[in-house]
Write a protein that binds this ligand. Structure first.
Ligand SMILES: Cc1cc2nc3c(=O)[nH]c(=O)nc-3n(C[C@H](O)[C@H](O)[C@H](O)COP(=O)(O)OP(=O)(O)OC[C@H]3O[C@@H](n4cnc5c(N)ncnc54)[C@H](O)[C@@H]3O)c2cc1C
Length: 343
């Protein structure tokens, strides 16, 4: 029966682990912990009973989106559905200035979370905060239970964040039972896998917001690279990627690094991922395909449609019918093709 030792050799050391944190949340004995210093990874902290729960909880041991698509959408995708199954795509922007101030693009992710919290659709969100270990931009997973906590997590942090580790914290320690998980395509696939295998804490996850992602970066390498170019991470106000550049903004400067120079910071596990637009989320959000300060939103499920439409009609977001879906599809195709070339 495969258990932690197999998870370690096949997935963690086999280069397939996306560091989503699901295995840590799944251990019934709480014997897995997340190692932060040095290479970030899950590790066994006490004797294991070889119960196989962590192995089953890992979406990378059972790769394949087909059965999960059937569960979520009632069918598998057809040929040509390169960004997965969806209902519609639209450009959107938050209306609350305090959200826009902190947000990466249109603040749609944060505005929808605030709407769901205020309408009591959720009682908490699992997302990615920043500022751990006196390092301002280091991403870390977080459970947010208030509007202020949700807004403080707005903005893109480049680096791995084992968000699903927080499922246990949210459900057991914080006693929350209506959660939204925000994450990259890898987190979204991991959540859907937990729901598919009927992991006992997964019924608490009611909504999933996915982010577009070409690739992630190793935080330690990235921050070192930025420092070598003369900018301290404490000074950084925003990091963005646009038009072929990795941009590091401070209050009075903008360091623009050509993307080809940043390839050395890429997380290696991203080479095994072909999902650009978080194809299994209720709604997916990205910057590409919309003008600056707006977000591109792909509404995929009935629940996604309900939440998005209500958030708009209650004034949390506004929309414009201009989104370059062809460009989004091209990006998805490019990611898929580069992964099949590299594999
Ligand atoms: C590593 C990474 C790569 C990305 N690549 C692309 C891309 O190639 N093309 C594209 O169009 N968009 C990409 N995005 C998405 C984009 O940067 C914005 O997150 C998205 O447009 C939503 O903007 P917003 O203003 O609505 O979000 P906001 O309202 O600012 O909310 C952002 C949310 O993202 C979450 N978050 C931040 N950092 C991370 C992280 N490291 N892991 C998981 N969740 C996180 C926060 O918890 C927050 O809730 C990427 C995001 C990340 C984190």
């Amino acid at each position: 029966m495969p258990a932690y030792d197999e998870l370690e050799s096949e997935v963690i050391e086999g280069g397939l682990c996306t560091y989503c944190g699901a295995c840590v949340a799944s251990c019934p004995l709480h014997h897995l912990k997340w190692i932060d210093g040095g290479p970030k990874r899950p590790e066994k902290k006490a004797a294991c009973e070889d119960c196989e729960t962590c192995y089953r909880a890992c979406y990378r041991t059972e790769i394949g989106k087909g059965a999960i698509e059937e569960e979520i959408f009632g069918r598998r995708r057809k040929g040509g559905e390169d960004i997965g199954i969806y209902r519609r795509a639209i450009a959107a922007r938050a209306t609350d200035g305090s959200i826009l101030e902190k947000a990466q693009d249109g603040g749609v992710v944060t505005a929808i979370l605030v709407y769901m919290l205020e309408e009591k659709i959720i009682d908490g969100a699992i997302l990615t905060g920043r500022g751990r270990e006196e390092d301002d931009w280091m991403p870390f997973p977080k459970v947010a239970k208030s509007k202020e906590e949700i807004i403080s997590a707005a903005g893109t942090k480049y680096g791995v964040s084992p968000n699903l580790m927080m499922v246990r914290t949210a459900v057991i320690d914080e006693v929350l039972d209506n959660l939204c998980v925000v994450g990259l395509p890898c987190h979204v696939q991991a959540v859907r896998h937990l729901q598919h295998i009927k992991f006992d804490l997964s019924p608490a996850i009611k909504f999933v917001i996915g982010l577009f992602c070409r690739e992630n970066f190793e935080y330690v390498q990235m921050s070192k690279g930025v420092k070598e170019r003369g900018v301290e991470m404490e000074e950084v106000e925003k990091i963005s990627i646009s038009k072929g550049f990795f941009n590091v903004h401070t209050s009075d400067t903008k360091l623009s690094i050509p993307l080809k120079e940043t390839a050395v910071w890429h997380s290696k596990h991203c080479l095994t991922c072909d999902d650009y637009s978080a194809e299994l989320a209720d709604i997916s959000v990205g910057s590409e395909g919309s003008k600056e300060g707006w977000s591109s939103v792909i509404i995929r499920t009935e629940k996604g449609e309900e939440v998005f439409s209500e958030a708009e009609s209650k004034g949390y977001i506004r929309t414009e019918e201009v989104v370059d879906l062809e460009y989004i599809k091209e990006n998805a195709m490019r990611k898929m093709q580069s992964r099949s070339r590299d594999s």
